[in-house]
Design a protein around this ligand. Structure first.
Ligand code: PAF
Length: 294
């Protein structure tokens, strides 16, 4: 596995790869969710490139940029074991040199959910992801369902800017008790970690109600809210029940696929998870097609 830090070295290493390339972009602190993306990339491409870059422009002033978990040697071991061919680990100066002033903004699908709570977040994400696409020139790039809005925003950017690659959205990987894998889970105390399983239980309860025929989003919200409120350590940030294509909140009911997104705070840590309903829609093809629309 080649590990390169500079843009020149990346371009040289990329030029040596003539076969198809799958890309997994990460901010490091890797977990089984990232490795699942690498494994999928391996099955669909001849070579896999991973990037590790804690992107400062997607963090607001009050967020956790300085304490974001970093363990580059463990990350590289994991990527090596997963069969990655090339890893790009740039510095912030390489990505945002002095004088940098070009940004990519996706307008509508960034409006609600995370975009509303984290102003400027998606502008940072799309700009860095576009740069990483330009630098690594992948045929396919892999993103996790946990950050469903991010996947929808990146899909939109790729379509709108005619970027020559396919986006693939892969199912979220969960811990045994249902907590969605996230680099930020390390912030949780043992009590918070245990309590966090309520997030998945709430999504599963909403799915069970949906399976029984419940389509009214107010009623689905009540199912979720009552479970979340039964856990004293969990503070609801938001519960969104949205059209999976537009990510706009649904008032009343809808027969189209629905994205239920939850953000729950445990202390200062925001935990995200979501589920597409009907829950049978969970293959890579379905997630890729439905989230953010075709
Ligand atoms: O999902 C992430 O880890 C980041 O938002 C990404 C896509 C690597 C961009 O910095």
């Amino acid at each position: 596995m080649d590990v390169v830090e500079s843009i020149d070295a990346l371009r040289q290493a990329r030029a040596r790869i003539t076969a198809s390339v799958g890309l997994v972009t990460t901010m490091g602190a890797l977990h089984a969710g990232h490795i699942a993306l690498v494994e999928q990339a391996r099955t669909e491409n001849d070579a896999v490139i991973a990037t590790i870059f804690v992107n400062p422009t997607q963090f607001a002033q009050n967020e956790d940029l300085s304490k974001y978990p970093r363990d580059i040697s463990r990350d590289l071991d994991m990527l090596r074991q997963a069969g990655v061919d090339l890893v790009f680990t740039p510095t912030a100066e390489q990505i945002y040199p002095t004088g940098f002033q070009t940004w990519i903004e996706v307008e509508q699908v960034t409006q609600g959910l995370e975009g509303e709570r984290r102003p400027g977040h998606f502008r940072g994400v799309t700009t860095v992801v576009a740069k990483l696409f330009n630098l690594t020139q992948p045929h396919r790039a892999y993103f996790g369902q946990k950050d469903a809005q991010q996947a929808a925003v990146i899909k939109r950017m790729v379509r709108d800017l005619n970027m020559p690659l396919a986006i693939r959205v892969c199912p979220t990987v969960h811990e045994a008790d249902g907590l969605a894998m996230s680099s930020r889970n390390v912030y949780l105390s043992p009590e918070q970690r245990k309590a966090a399983a309520v997030i998945r239980r709430s999504l599963l309860a909403a799915s069970a109600a949906y399976e029984k025929g419940e389509r009214d989003t107010n009623n689905l919200r009540v199912v979720i809210e009552s479970l979340l409120k039964s856990e004293p350590l969990a503070q609801i940030d938001y519960i969104s029940i949205a059209d999976a294509g537009t990510l706009k909140n649904i008032k009343g009911s809808s027969d189209k696929p629905v994205l239920v997104s939850l953000v729950v705070k445990m202390g200062n840590t925001r935990l995200l998870d979501n589920m597409l309903l009907p829950a049978s829609l969970n293959t890579i093809e379905e997630l890729t097609q439905i989230l953010g629309g075709a």
